[in-house]
Design a binder for this molecule. Structure first.
Ligand code: SAH
Length: 229
């Protein structure tokens, strides 16, 4: 392993100063205080270098528990929300094949990539899709497949999924996402719009036709938009 702060290839994975392991450990402590309990989730969040998923100018803020801009009017989610949604996705067992809608920076994908066997992630904005694809590849993820697509249609090619996570908010749950879940599968999704706040829902497919819906908390996500861009 490279000494502290020394870039490995082009990537400074270890970080230094405000991106050092000590700073990251403080974030993990905050997540615990806020109620995150899944040790696997905390373990993965401790080592994924969030500072590489934000603009260099914001790197010093990357281990604060806040969302940050990633360009194109989009944001990388707050670490607490990433942890919470991941924990909900994993709550009964670790899903094998997962779909993420809204790749954005690729950070949530990297967290999931460290936990599940196969992850598909779709993004509608071309430059975000490309950046995330390249970064995830450079970081060595080979189980994460990135796609440029409108995720309101899910990603039919690899369906069905054991779990689906949506990181942009639709007004109502897209039917395609429900259809692409296995029976027993779970969907974590912010639902609603209008006032800028949404209801984070955990939806379980309990049979071919029946879904159980639980509201978990109030969240703020960018809207799920149609068509690629
Ligand atoms: N998971 C991301 C958070 C990204 S913000 C991260 O860890 O950084 C939400 C993302 O959803 C944005 O990049 C936005 O462009 C994308 N998005 C919005 N509507 C979409 C759609 N219909 N299909 C795919 N991606 C979409």
């Amino acid at each position: 392993m490279a000494p502290r702060g020394v870039p490995m290839g082009e990537l400074d994975i270890q970080g230094i100063g405000m991106t050092s392991q000590r700073t990251r450990d403080r974030l993990i402590a905050t997540l615990r205080e806020m109620g995150i309990e899944n040790e696997e989730v905390l373990r993965v969040m401790r080592y994924v270098p969030r500072h590489l998923f934000v603009d260099q100018a914001l790197a010093s803020r990357s281990y604060e528990n806040s969302s940050l801009p990633i360009g194109h009017a989009q944001t990388i989610s707050q670490p607490y929300i990433v942890a919470k949604m991941t924990e909900l996705l994993l709550s009964s067992s670790v899903p094998d094949k997962v779909l993420e809608v809204g790749t954005g920076s690729g950070y949530q994908a990297a967290i999931l990539g460290g936990l599940v066997r196969e992850l598909h992630t779709v993004e509608r904005i071309t430059p975000l899709h490309r950046n995330a694809r390249d970064l995830l590849y450079q970081l060595g993820y080979r189980n994460v497949r990135t796609h440029l697509a409108d995720g309101s249609w899910g990603w039919e090619q690899a369906a069905p999924y054991d779990a689906i996570i949506v990181t942009a908010a639709p007004e109502t749950v897209p039917q395609a996402l429900l259809d692409q879940l296995v029976v027993g599968g779970r969907l974590v999704i912010p639902v609603g719009g209008g006032d800028g706040e949404q209801d984070l829902q955990l939806i379980r497919r309990i049979s071919e036709k029946n879904f159980d819906i639980e509201s978990k908390e109030t969240v703020v996500f960018v809207p799920l938009l149609k068509k690629i861009n």
